[in-house]
Write a protein that binds this ligand. Structure first.
Ligand SMILES: Nc1ncnc2c1ncn2[C@@H]1O[C@H](COP(=O)(O)OP(=O)(O)O)[C@@H](O)[C@H]1O
Ligand SMILES: [Mg+2]
Length: 280
């Protein structure tokens, strides 16, 4: 399938692709594709998408690592691990430069776990040289071992998210259509542009994902239309509709794909996985 045509104001820079300067990391070298899930707004399904897309990649035969960069540890909890009880976490990776391997636990997928003290990582790193690249360095060592690395981020554009965007090849932006915030998306794009200019020239938006769609409401349809008008082909074809299973699965410590393998909720993320895989 042909690469989607990136048009509209949102991606006028996309044509120039990676600048001629040396790329921040080897592309196409056979290592993992690193995807960050970002939106500074909370409750838009970042964590749900990072986890369930990661599990869908695994189902389709890929080696997958999920990285929980949110101090709230929701992704870690969603795989049945208590962030209050883990001994080693991403805090140690970021602040003490512990190898990522040491904080990976094997669940449905491999998970590099968060702990509550990750909240203090931004301050602990603030005086360190290379603080924006700590995660990138840690992930680079694991790239040969995986096909996909999915990074969940906190609801802010602080140093933890900057680390995720610096480590990423691609960014998926979940957007809850009920409370569509164009200003928020423009702010995220500005941050990404700064990351490109200073830290990671090759990072691109893989797609904007409409989530928690209630297709019965006119408002939700309008919101998706507005997204498409503003961001064109950057908006995924896949849609994540509202389903109660999404709230139930994390309580059981599983993905929706495991909790209700034959249900619609699982299908939404399998379809999204197919769409991402078709991008190459
Ligand atoms: N498609 C959906 N339908 C219904 N509830 C959802 C859906 N996706 C996520 N949720 C629920 O919405 C809440 C916020 O989702 P979450 O993934 O934690 O967002 P974020 O990580 O962006 O803060 C969670 O309780 C989650 O279970
Ligand atoms: Mg979250």
């Amino acid at each position: 399938m042909a690469r989607r045509n990136r048009k509209s104001a949102a991606s006028s820079k996309a044509k120039s692709k990676a600048p001629a300067a040396q790329p921040a990391k080897p592309k196409g070298s056979g290592g993992a594709k690193v995807i960050a899930f970002a939106n500074q707004k909370g409750g838009v399904a970042k964590t749900t998408t990072a986890l369930n897309l990661a599990v869908a990649f695994k189902e389709s035969g890929h080696r997958v690592l999920a990285v929980d960069m949110d101090p709230q540890g929701n992704l870690t909890m969603s795989q049945g691990v208590d962030p209050d009880k883990v001994e080693k976490s991403l805090f140690d990776v970021l602040v003490h430069r512990m190898p990522l391997r040491e904080v990976i636990v094997e669940r449905e997928i491999d998970v590099a776990v968060a702990s509550i003290d990750l909240a203090g990582a931004e301050i602990a790193m603030s005086a360190q040289i290379g603080r924006e690249r700590a995660l990138q360095k840690a992930i680079d060592a694991e790239r040969p071992n995986y096909d996909f690395v999915c990074i969940d981020t906190p609801p802010s554009l602080g140093l933890l998210t900057v680390n995720a965007l610096t480590a990423a090849d691609k960014v998926i932006v979940p957007v809850q259509c009920e409370y569509l915030s164009m200003r928020g998306l423009v702010q995220l794009q500005n941050t990404l542009q700064m990351i490109r200019e200073n830290l990671n020239p090759g990072v691109e938006i893989e797609g904007i994902l409409p989530t928690m769609l209630d297709s019965r409401t006119v408002h939700a349809k309008e919101a998706v239309e507005i997204l498409e008008e503003n961001f064109g082909e950057l908006v995924f074809q896949s849609r994540i509709r509202k389903a109660i299973k999404f709230a139930e699965a994390p309580v059981r410590g599983t993905s929706v794909l495991k909790y209700d393998p034959d249900g619609n909720a699982a299908k939404y993320y399998r379809d999204l996985a197919d769409e991402v895989l078709s991008h190459g």
